[in-house]
Design a protein around this ligand. Structure first.
Ligand code: MTE
Length: 315
């Protein structure tokens, strides 16, 4: 089966993606590395019906030695407490979960609130494949080819009112379908939040897929948040509500352990978790640990969102 390397034709127009978010030369090399790496395993390519294969999508913030984490790791090493608290449980316990039909409510401080069937929600934007670094607060990391739309497009369609300052996200609450919710390991339903400017940032995705396929249940089917410069727990899964508000929303992990998990959760190698260092990370599939990068390697794109803020206090 012919596998071709990335060419400029694979990349979206820079008219669509702001220049500062676009590929640099190192990312090009990384992308080429991904294509070569993909030869080793067909699962690292997006399958096409016709039998040909296409590369994983546009790399964002990658370094030359970043390779897409294999599908098997992305889909078997998960955090999703609604389906168990150990890494291998979600893949097993979420097997029977049915993520369709699915409705997402967009409401709060917006001119045009609405309840959207998933496919209608996704029509707000352009579905894209983007490869991002993914850093968990537990000091492991992956590189994941997501599929999704920019959250900004969903928010713009709803027309936030001038008072809107934050966005709150809520996961489905249904202990019959999500058995982990029968145990008080977290405050249910899981919620997360972003400042409105973070939510509008072009790197922020609402992901409906991974590796070119619909999200597997354990990865947050049918819709989850992706903010690559933040620790993975911001990436709330199985979202049923997006609410704009004037107050900072309370978030599941901040509620359960405020001294350990803040509202911002920006990846920051200089601010340790109270129980471990954040200076290094273990890339899943690698033996040696690698240094963690400020904002997970996305400083150029997002540091200005936090200028003047004390990131030790706002962790
Ligand atoms: N969302 C919900 N609803 N419940 C969860 O337990 N875990 C979070 C986040 N989103 C979680 C969640 C954590 S701690 C991480 S690291 C990421 O999902 C993991 O995403 P992944 O399993 O796709 O790597």
């Amino acid at each position: 089966m012919p596998i071709r390397p990335l060419t400029p034709a694979d990349l979206p127009s820079s008219e669509i993606t702001p220049e500062s978010l676009y590929l640099n030369r190192r990312e090009w090399l990384a992308a080429a590395g991904l294509a070569v790496g993909a030869i080793a395993g067909a699962s690292a390519l997006i399958p096409r019906a016709a039998g040909a294969q296409q590369p994983l999508g546009t790399p964002y913030g990658l370094r030359p030695d970043d390779k897409a984490t294999p599908w098997d790791d992305v889909t078997s090493y998960n955090n999703f407490y609604e389906f168990g608290t150990s890494k291998d449980e979600p893949a097993e316990m979420a097997k029977g979960f049915k993520p369709r039909p699915w409705t997402v409510k967009v409401d709060g401080l917006v001119k045009k609130p609405g309840d959207y069937a998933l496919d209608d929600l996704l029509k707000a934007g352009k579905v894209e494949d983007r490869i991002y670094r993914h850093r968990c607060v537990e000091a492991w990391s992956m590189v994941i080819p997501w599929r999704g739309i920019m959250l900004a497009d969903v928010l713009k369609r709803a027309e936030p009112t001038p008072g809107a300052k934050y966005v709150e996200f809520t996961t489905l609450y249904d202990p019959n379908r999500m058995p982990g919710q029968r145990s008080p390991v977290l405050r249910w339903p899981y919620t997360e939040g972003l400042r409105l400017d973070e939510a509008m940032h072009p790197l922020t995705l609402l992901a409906s897929g991974v590796y070119g396929r619909d999200l597997p249940n354990q990865n947050g089917a049918p819709l989850r948040l992706v903010t690559p410069w933040k620790y993975g727990f911001k990436g709330i899964k199985s979202i049923v509500r997006i609410r704009l508000t004037d107050k900072q929303p309370s978030t599941a992990w901040n509620d359960s352990a405020p001294s350990e998990y803040g509202f911002y959760c920006n990846v920051n190698p200089t601010v340790d978790h109270p129980r471990w260092s954040q200076a290094k990370e273990r890339r899943i599939g690698e033996f040696l640990r690698r240094p963690t990068l400020m904002f997970n390697g996305y400083a150029e794109q997002v540091a200005s969102l936090y200028s003047g803020m004390d990131l030790r206090k706002n962790y």
